[in-house]
Design a protein around this ligand. Structure first.
Ligand SMILES: C[S@@+](CC[C@H](N)C(=O)[O-])C[C@H]1O[C@@H](n2cnc3c(N)ncnc32)[C@H](O)[C@@H]1O
Length: 345
């Protein structure tokens, strides 16, 4: 397929848009955070600054691909019973939407929900159904990405979209298996209109497991990438997380320069970086944090809370693999992947 244009909901600083632009696919993002929009504009990426809920497919008639990474706090922060309840509520709304229950009633019920963010995860489905029902112009492909806790929602989306004539694939992907120098798991859904089978992108690198050599495993794949391969600072060093692992606040997560980074979060600047003898080194700059997410080294991070913008994003390198799979294209070549290293050449 030859997509004309992607409309990217909850577009953040542009993790997916960077990948799309490097593939030569035009995008426009809808994003309400002023700082993320400042970064996007500095990068020259088309942006509508506003609330996704106030727009719909009619506002982007030229777009034939829908992408989205809605915020996910309800499922992740709430955890336990509250998270489960939020999930059950979302799943029941999915059913009502695909049964084409009265829209105004659904909006009214959504506005009564304890945490309004729960409803945001339903926005891509609203857009997909409106494109079908109101415009008779279904999106040719739909791409969704979120933290692992959202996988059950994507599975419900998958069943709904299959009923609407899409072929769908959805599962958890591990970023280091696509050459990202970071371990991060993401729930990804790819849907494409038509009969041709859809598959998630083929991993290109080995999965990371503590203590297992990077070369071990399937020899059709490359070793995972280490932090020291992408950062312009002298190895070796350790990165010590600000957070405890396994519920123990004293057991700080630790990764070494010869390993992939732990998941890059909005709080990455709180992580300590130390030499092997324990000397404190400079903490990661925004450019370095961006590199660990596979953003170009010269990406024009702007506005406030840049750490959070970086932590929120989908790694562009993973996004490039996902987009190629969604369009039925071959795995991106090394040259195309290398084009992510610089934003403006
Ligand atoms: C998980 S991030 C997505 C990051 C993006 N996919 C990327 O790769 O850069 C979610 C984004 O949704 C934005 N957001 C949350 N609610 C929104 C709304 N109602 N309308 C528009 N944007 C919203 C947040 O500001 C945040 O940037």
């Amino acid at each position: 397929m030859h997509p004309v244009k992607i409309v990217d909901l909850f577009a953040g600083p542009g993790g997916l848009d960077v990948a799309a632009e490097k593939l030569g696919v035009a995008t426009v993002g809808v994003e309400w955070d002023a700082s993320a929009c400042t970064t996007r504009r500095a990068a020259g990426i088309a942006t509508v600054e506003g609330d996704v809920r106030h727009y719909g497919p009619a506002d982007f008639p030229e777009a034939d691909v829908l992408a989205g990474g809605p915020p996910c706090q309800t499922f992740t922060v709430a955890g336990g019973g509250a998270g489960r309840r939020a999930l059950d509520e979302v799943l029941s709304f999915v059913k009502r939407m695909v049964a084409r229950e009265d829209r105004e009633e659904i909006v009214r019920d959504l506005s009564k929900m304890e945490d309004e963010r729960t409803g945001l995860v339903l926005e891509p489905l609203r857009w997909a159904l409106e494109a079908i029902d109101d415009h008779n112009a279904p999106y040719q492909a739909i791409i969704l990405e979120q933290v692992p806790a959202v996988l059950p929602v994507w599975k419900a989306y998958a069943a709904a979209l299959e009923d609407e004539g899409y072929r769908v694939a959805c599962d958890l992907l591990r970023t280091e298996e696509y050459g990202v120098p970071q371990t991060r798991k993401r729930a990804v859904l790819i849907a494409r209109k038509g009969d041709e089978k859809v598959t998630l992108p083929q991993p290109t690198h080995h999965p990371y497991r503590k203590g297992i050599p990077r070369e071990a495993g399937d020899d059709t794949r490359l070793p995972w990438k280490a932090m020291e391969e992408v950062l312009d600072r002298k190895p070796p060093f350790h990165v010590i997380s600000n957070y405890g692992t396994g519920g123990d606040p004293k057991a700080r997560g630790r990764r070494s320069s010869w390993e992939p980074s732990a998941t890059v979060t909005g709080k990455i600047s709180r992580n300590r970086v130390v030499s092997l003898d324990g000397t404190e080194l400079d903490r990661f700059s925004f450019s370095e944090a961006g590199r660990l997410q596979t953003f170009p080294i010269d990406y024009p991070w702007s506005g406030r809370d840049i750490g959070q913008q970086i932590g929120n994003a989908i790694p562009p390198r993973l996004a490039m693999h996902i987009l190629c799979a969604a369009f039925g294209w071959n795995t991106p070549t090394d040259d195309v992947l290398r084009s992510l290293e610089r934003w403006r050449s």
